[in-house]
Design a protein around this ligand. Structure first.
Ligand SMILES: [Zn+2]
Length: 166
């Protein structure tokens, strides 16, 4: 037994530190991250989050989980806290990536003027061009048209949104 106690952790600082480590030590720069257009960063975060939970449940996490997007040698689970930290840092990286993508693409919702991110449910404006977030249109059926600018007949169910892709 030891009288030393671990210093208190600072999870937010730890996540930011891990994010910076990924950039400076692993070389995962913005340009590098921008090439992962298939949501690999999010999938990697999911892998580490799942690993953290599985390890806590006593499962073997030495092999990459299903859906791990990178080569097996990049799978380096360490422990519950460390894997949560890496998942969070990867989520930050993915959030930054889709922010840059939205900024480059320059497409903003006609209703709220916020960017449309890759994967957002949305509707294109058949009449005037432009795009709307699904959640910005509400449930009023009068907001929707049939694809040629005509109102939908009364009683028509609310159309399903498309998924925005950049
Ligand atoms: Zn909107």
């Amino acid at each position: 037994m030891t009288s030393r106690t671990a210093p208190p952790r600072n999870p937010i600082a730890d996540v930011i530190g891990e994010r910076n480590r990924q950039i400076t030590k692993e070389g995962w720069t913005e340009d590098h991250d921008d090439q992962h257009t298939g949501r690999e960063l999010a999938a990697a975060a999911e892998g580490y989050l799942a690993s953290a939970i599985s390890r806590a449940d006593g499962e073997d996490v030495s092999a990459p989980p299903e859906g791990w997007p990178f080569a097996p040698e990049w799978w380096k689970p360490k422990g519950y806290y460390a894997d949560l930290k890496r998942a969070a840092a990867l989520i930050l990286a993915e959030m930054e990536r889709i922010d840059r993508l939205a900024e480059r693409e320059g497409c903003r919702c006609e209703a709220c003027n916020e960017p449309l991110y890759d994967g957002d449910p949305y509707f294109g404006d058949d009449v005037n061009g432009g795009a709307y977030h699904d959640h910005c249109l509400g449930d009023d059926i009068d907001a929707f048209t049939d694809g040629e600018g005509n109102p939908l007949p009364p009683g028509t169910p609310r159309p399903a949104p498309s998924r925005y892709t950049v």
